[in-house]
Design a protein around this ligand. Sequence first.
Ligand code: MBD
Ligand code: FE
Length: 279
Amino acid sequence: MTHNDIDKLVKSWIIDTATRPANPRVQAVVARLVADLCKAIEDLDIQPSEFWKGLEYLTNAGKANELGLLAPGLGLERFLDIRADEAEAKAGLQGGTPRTIEGPLYVAGAPESQGFARLDDGSESAEAEVLFMQGTVYDEAGKPLPGAKVEVWHANLMGNYSFFDSTQSHFNLRRTIFTDAQGRYQFRSIVPKGYGCPPGGSTQTLLDQLGRHGQRPAHIHFFVTADGHRKLTTQINIDGDEYLWDDFAFASREGLVPAVSKVTDAAAIAQKDLRQPYS
Ligand code: MBD
Ligand code: FE
């Protein structure tokens, strides 16, 4: 069958030409996706057994709540970001901290504080390196923005996230910090390890067949929001990670790998103007 024949056939099935109420956007999107799938079946001579295997795969991935992991693994979430960057560039917007993907592991409702927060519950203090981070939220004119909401979340030393890992306390390594009068936020936490897709899970099983690993470099996620401003979704990477430029989710970007300095004495830490000195 030609692609043209497929387009016609699919439209004749999917789009109701009668007067029933319909959603034109859903009609257009579904007709396109089904037609593209039919074209792939035709061109690749996908066998019925392969088709049903694919459906079973998606069923299992959905049941295991892994579709949100599959999307970044296949580069689809990164693709949405590339398009968002293009749309902003077209609108004449540029500069600022680059966006990168949210991923599937954000949880709303983290404890809130002003200016500073400690993110970790101390349960890994014996093994972890202490991490301090501070920054300033600026508006598009480069003016510091007080009262901006900075939501931070990251993995523990096992590369796991609270709520998705029942061994962690609720909201461990998740906080919401509002910037102070100078637009600054500061936090203390632990240096995280990178995430790995669950071995034997739907996503990793597919990645295996693509000859790919399912590792992310160590990273920290951010949402930055403020009234009258668009939301920034981003991450930073911990420099030196072996997967820094080999992320299975394609989220690493220039400008999101801040300089890390190792500080070993309390006096030097105090000099960094952190409100809650190392203890
Ligand atoms: C993560 O921690 C993550 O940030 C992404 C994008 C995908 C899987 C796990
Ligand atoms: Fe993550």
